[in-house]
Write a protein that binds this ligand. Structure first.
Ligand code: ZN
Length: 59
């Protein structure tokens, strides 16, 4: 299964569900990062999992 790159248009509309802030797309990690909340949202099969309870805390 090939890694799908997140389309730019989708990145533009996506916001952190917790703070509604901008997200940082980490292509290598396949994650969306909210630097304000220190949370990482996973992207599964091209679909970002935008759930605070599923997000990982960043140290
Ligand atoms: Zn946030």
């Amino acid at each position: 299964m090939s890694q799908k790159e997140l389309p730019k248009i989708l990145l533009d509309v996506l916001a952190c569900p917790k703070c509604k802030g901008d997200l940082d797309y980490k292509k290598a990690q396949n994650k969306l990062i909210c630097n304000k909340c220190r949370l990482a949202y996973r992207i599964e099969e091209g679909i970002p999992i935008m759930l605070v309870e599923k997000a990982e805390k960043i140290k």
